[in-house]
Design a protein around this ligand. Structure first.
Ligand code: NOJ
Length: 759
């Protein structure tokens, strides 16, 4: 009986959707032979001013709130707006039943029957929570990154979403900034590859497919460089720095065909990004040829007034639309103020129409005019969300993100038949925190906890003691005694410390980026028992870990890994997976070193000596008196349970003309007893330029698998574009001269060779 009912429902749904599709085509798109541009023009001709600005107005749904305004209105609050064609889409809401209802109003009851967009922040997975983006960047595995975004897209589209506010590709050199968790770290080269992989994963080859969605690269631009690492703060930098370090990942996303772009909250050199003509019209549209749609960030049009430009709703609305911000997220100024500006001739109709065209085009590209219901299939929602296949994929990705920071005397991996183990810390049994930032589509009880992961791996005889020890926030040491007690009983202690989910992500800047609360004190107390300790770190940023590095024999950076956390960690802890992650960010010794990054420049007062010599004498060099210039863990760093030996960097020529290709190779050997993956990294340095150049720039990497004793020749090619930069006159190109080429296991441990670029 149930089966028959289901078929009837499906059949009805299908005929309904076909019926609407035909109606759609007839009323809006007209002749199917027409190109998208022609269809858009025909539709535009029919639109009133109100309907036009409606297409530029995006509002947050009433299920999830991701901005400062709190929604308390009932869930039918959009019905009239949709019916009147005054809203282009709803975001951060989900569920096929609800979204189908809204879409039905749009395509049946509104005058022009224009389908709605359904947006969302699917930052690292939907209900199957994937590792945070910073963690995925640490995998240096672009196939894994792409697959992760595919899983996210499949689940989100199954729940009705067709427009995803990701990837965030903001480069940052400041781990105080909480949103470092959402990006790929500090490097423009790695960041660009990750950006492109994530766009491919979300959008696939076909944007009309029901399991792909429009990606939205954000936040344009330089949002990751707020002064002091404080969220939303002012950004001020040279154009050279902007173009060289911060812009490449956005550009890579554009080149990968990203459908949309989001502006940023920050001002850049005095002009808020949402009204920034130079960024949007000049760089994005003119220089990069971006054809897609630009959406503001949450009320960022309105916030321009608070920044101190414009001074009125009218002025900031005009600034934003004229700069090229097509869609207004949540400010409602395009809906309420823009019509008046157009009527009074203050904003040209052509400026408005351009933006409307881009929105309609996006809806066409998604195939929404043909089938507005394709993302609202309840059956698919049941089948695809949190599917077995996705869980398997999530585990495979999660384990690749873990970085082994220290492994003294080969404490790791642990033996599965270990007699006893004490698992201590606020994350020992916790599930909810493992979902991390931006995980409101997830369920708090679904992640595999660390305890569960470990329990599955160890032998039946292994005794596991568990204690929380402390929480993330309070000063209380009341639970220390219990933790010390179990530590004393165990052969090995595994400490699970770090950040809670809300301690990184948006609006989560921190000035103290060590272990929060009394966790370090707990660690010290356990250390005092003399037991061997493995430290599992859960966090969404680079942290200051000087004491931990000095005193704890084994440290694993596990970031925030999502649903499969416990399983992924257990695979690494007990050696079923040999860790292969490498840091996508520099870990400072202390907060005072920030900003600290690998691709810095030499000063005229170069310091080469060692730290001690330095402390004792007043030497007028670029250094600190209290800590070395070097970081605790450099960019690209990460150990393995095996060891790798690098040969010499071999170049096929010592001199190269600018338009030739430099072929280089290096022999890498697994000198240990386990199979393992290594990320072989290639950096260059231009020794003398018309402008100063960084001491190192990542230009390539290869992740290879080597069996014990196996040796592989790893090859790279470098061409003109790799040697190019913004020269003195800001033209982009290469300059003849001497270069250093470095290859190795991290940005501070490299073999080098020299060569010359000639005209
Ligand atoms: C503000 C955030 O900056 C942005 O990344 C996000 O997409 C929007 N809120 C919508 O939630």
């Amino acid at each position: 009986m149930k089966v028959i009912k289901l078929w009837l429902v499906l059949l009805f749904g299908l005929s309904l959707s076909v019926g609407i599709t035909q109606a759609q085509n007839a009323s809006v798109s007209g002749n199917n032979e027409l190109s998208i541009d022609e269809k858009v023009e025909r539709l535009l001709d029919k639109m009133t001013l109100k309907e036009k600005v409606g297409q530029l107005s995006l509002n947050v749904g009433d299920v999830i709130n991701t901005g400062p305004t709190v929604n308390t209105k009932p869930s039918n609050k959009f019905d009239d707006l949709i019916r009147q064609g005054r809203v282009t889409g709803i975001f951060n809401t989900h569920g096929t039943a609800y979204l189908r209802r809204l879409q039905k109003i749009a395509v049946e009851d509104s005058r022009l029957k224009i389908p709605l967009l359904f947006g969302a922040d699917v930052i690292h997975g939907f209900r199957t929570v994937l590792p945070i983006p910073l963690a995925e960047a640490a995998s240096w595995d672009m196939k894994a990154v792409e697959r992760s975004s595919q899983i996210a897209a499949t689940e989100a589209t199954a729940a009705g979403i067709n427009f995803n506010f990701a990837p965030m590709v903001d480069i940052t050199r400041d781990p105080r900034w909480g949103r470092i968790a959402e990006g790929a770290g500090e490097d423009p080269y790695l960041g660009s590859l990750v950006a492109a992989a994530r766009v491919r994963g979300f959008q696939g080859d076909d944007l009309t497919a029901p399991n792909t969605l429009a990606a939205c690269v954000k936040h344009f631009a330089a949002y990751g460089a707020p002064h002091g690492g404080r969220e939303y703060n002012t950004v001020d930098m040279s154009e050279r720095m902007l173009r060289e370090i911060y812009l490449p990942p956005y550009k890579a996303a554009v080149d990968a065909g990203v459908a949309t772009m989001m502006t940023s909250f920050n001002e850049l050199n005095g002009i808020p990004a949402t009204g920034n003509d130079f960024l949007l019209n000049q760089i994005l549209r003119k220089e990069w040829g971006f054809q897609g749609m630009v959406v503001s960030d949450w009320q960022s049009i309105l916030e321009m007034k608070v920044h101190g430009v414009g001074g009125s709703d009218k002025a900031v609305t005009k600034m934003a639309i004229e700069a090229g911000t097509d869609m207004d997220m949540e400010a409602n100024l395009y809906r309420d103020v823009l019509p008046g500006l157009v009527k009074n001739g203050k904003v040209n109709t052509e400026v408005l129409d351009k933006s409307v065209r881009r929105v309609l085009k996006l809806k066409h590209k998604l195939g929404l005019f043909e089938d507005p219901y394709k993302y609202t299939n309840a059956e698919r929602e049941k089948k695809d969300v949190m599917s077995k296949e996705h869980l398997v994929g999530a585990l495979d990705i999660a384990k690749r993100c873990i970085v082994l920071l220290k492994n003294q005397n080969k404490l790791l991996p642990l033996k599965k038949d270990i007699k006893s183990l004490a698992l201590i810390g606020p994350l020992a049994k916790n599930k909810q925190e493992l979902n991390g930032t931006w995980s409101f589509f997830a369920r708090s009880n679904e992640p595999v906890s660390m305890l569960e992961g470990i329990q599955k791996k160890v032998s039946k005889q292994t005794k596991i003691y568990v204690a929380e020890g402390c929480d993330f926030y309070s000063d209380s040491k009341a639970k220390f005694a219990e933790a010390i007690n179990i530590a004393k009983k165990a052969e090995v202690v595994v400490m699970t410390l770090g950040e809670s989910a809300v301690m990184n992500g948006e609006a989560a800047s921190r000035t103290n980026i060590g272990l929060p609360g009394v966790q370090l004190e707990l660690l010290k107390a356990i250390h005092a028992t003399g037991k061997p300790i493995v430290l599992l770190l859960t966090n969404g940023r680079a942290m200051c870990l000087s004491w931990e590095d000095k005193n704890i024999p084994a440290i694993l950076e596990t970031w925030t890994l999502g649903t499969q956390t416990g399983n992924a960690i257990a695979e690494v802890l007990f050696g079923d997976y040999n860790p292969s992650g490498k840091l996508p960010v520099t870990f400072p010794r202390n907060v005072g070193q920030i900003p600290i990054y690998y691709n810095y420049k030499h000063t005229g007062r170069l310091y080469k000596g060692d730290y001690k010599e330095h402390k004792s004498r007043r030497i007028y060099l670029s250094k600190y008196r209290d800590v070395p210039n070097t970081p605790l863990y450099p960019f690209g760093y990460g150990l393995s349970y095996t060891t790798f030996k690098y040969g010499k960097v071999m170049l096929d020529k010592k001199q190269m003309k600018i338009n030739e290709t430099l072929n280089l190779s290096i022999q890498v050997k697994n000198t240990g007893k386990r199979a393992g993956e290594e990320v072989v990294q290639l950096y260059i340095r231009d020794l003398i330029g018309s402008v100063t150049r960084p001491v190192k720039e990542l230009k390539g990497f290869k992740k290879i698998m080597l069996k014990p004793g196996e040796s592989k020749k790893v090859q790279f090619q470098l061409t003109k574009k790799d040697f190019s930069f913004y020269r003195k006159d800001m033209s982009f190109g290469a300059e003849a001269g001497q270069f250093k080429i470095f290859v190795g296991t991290n940005s501070a441990d490299l073999k080098e060779a020299t060569f010359e670029l000639i005209d």
